[in-house]
Design a protein around this ligand. Structure first.
Ligand SMILES: [Ca+2]
Length: 345
């Protein structure tokens, strides 16, 4: 009796295990960018994900430079098979702000890399739309730049929203900014796009913001770990790390935050972070707060009703959370994952 069940049981187990191990299909939307480069290389060296496309958005560098950098990174990883497509040329409603100041004149810590891969001719947002329809409920979007391309995709074809499995983005903050007192750079670079994305109605949207990124400090220790295992990718990441560390030291810091790589880390292993559901809106008009991610921690608002010449609070209304906000991270475990995946590559 038992013996006859065994093959069926084994088949069931194998099916369950392969389903568990099936890699996530992801699209990386990026403005590379030093920490973008590390996020991309982390993804390309991780069995948990299958990169379906890299779409490029202007942000840290111009659209054209970002596209060239993405092609250089695909070349470094020997992955010219992955479509790399350009997208928006500028934010939806403001001028672009580029960040060579932080990322080097070429956006990649002034490290020269060769290019053998060629750009995919499709428009990034169209490629996102195409892939979401090709793989309904299977695509994880990982935006690690301004949200212009994602906003364009959902505006052109809102039917993709319920077909996206999840969005895991780097951007925003619930405790102050890095551009100024209020805003984080990715959101500040296109607040209108960010407001569209946060409120598009995705089944799952995770915000990996500055707050948690600031806890993931890449230090000399990680550089040394990479240098101890030389290879084309580990050498590059060690050089980028060294560049960012030198920059951090000029501002009195001893480590450099791994913002974009952490968003990829969360994509690989959600247990690296603790999240809380909150309703997040993006300020698009504030005098001092344009680009701030305004998070309603209690998910409630007072109901103020006009009576004559004044409003009277008559109760509170619930607001539905639209975002899983990362509020804590196991930083060491994440850094070990990052370095472990790059070492020897
Ligand atoms: Ca980025």
């Amino acid at each position: 009796m038992k013996r006859s069940f065994l093959p069926a049981l084994l088949l069931l187990l194998c099916t369950a295990i392969s389903a568990l191990a099936a890699p996530k299909k992801i699209i990386i939307d990026t403005d590379p960018g030093t920490d973008d480069a590390l996020a991309i290389l982390l993804a390309l060296n991780s069995p948990e994900v299958q990169v379906q496309a890299i779409t490029v958005v202007p942000g840290n560098v111009t659209a054209e430079m970002g596209l060239q950098n993405a092609l250089k990174l695909a070349t470094l990883a020997n992955r010219c098979d992955i479509p790399v497509a350009g997208g928006a040329q500028h934010p939806l409603a403001q001028k672009l702000i580029t960040a060579e100041f932080w990322h080097g004149k070429n956006g990649l810590a002034d490290i020269e890399l060769p290019t053998r891969c060629h750009a995919d001719p499709r428009f990034g947002p169209d490629l996102i739309i195409e892939l979401v329809h090709e793989y309904p409920h299977q695509i994880t979007l990982v935006p690690v730049g301004p949200l212009t391309n994602i906003a364009l995709a959902v505006s052109k074809d809102p039917s993709i929203v319920p077909l996206v499995k999840e969005v895991i983005l780097m951007g925003g903050s619930i405790s102050g900014g890095n551009v100024n007192a209020a805003a984080e750079a990715n959101i500040y670079n296109d607040p209108e796009a960010a407001q569209i994305v946060f409120n598009a109605g995705f089944a799952s949207l995770t915000m990996v913001g500055l707050d948690v990124g600031n806890k993931t400090l890449f230090t000399d220790r990680q550089v040394q770990q990479l240098q101890a295992a030389p290879g084309p990718m580990s050498n590059f990441v060690a050089q980028v790390g060294r560049y960012l560390l030198d920059l951090s030291r000029r501002f009195g810091e001893t480590g450099t935050p791994m913002y974009d790589p952490l968003a990829m880390g969360v994509t690989l292993d959600r247990t690296l972070v603790t999240t809380q559901p909150m309703h997040v809106d993006v300020e698009t008009r504030g005098e001092f707060t344009r680009g701030e991610t305004v998070a309603n921690r209690a998910n409630m608002v007072e109901r103020n009703v006009l009576h004559g010449d004044r409003y009277i609070i008559e109760g509170v209304d619930k607001v539905a959370p639209n975002t899983q906000v990362c509020v804590d991270v196991q930083a060491q475990r994440f850094l070990d994952l990052l370095v472990g995946r790059i070492r020897g590559k």
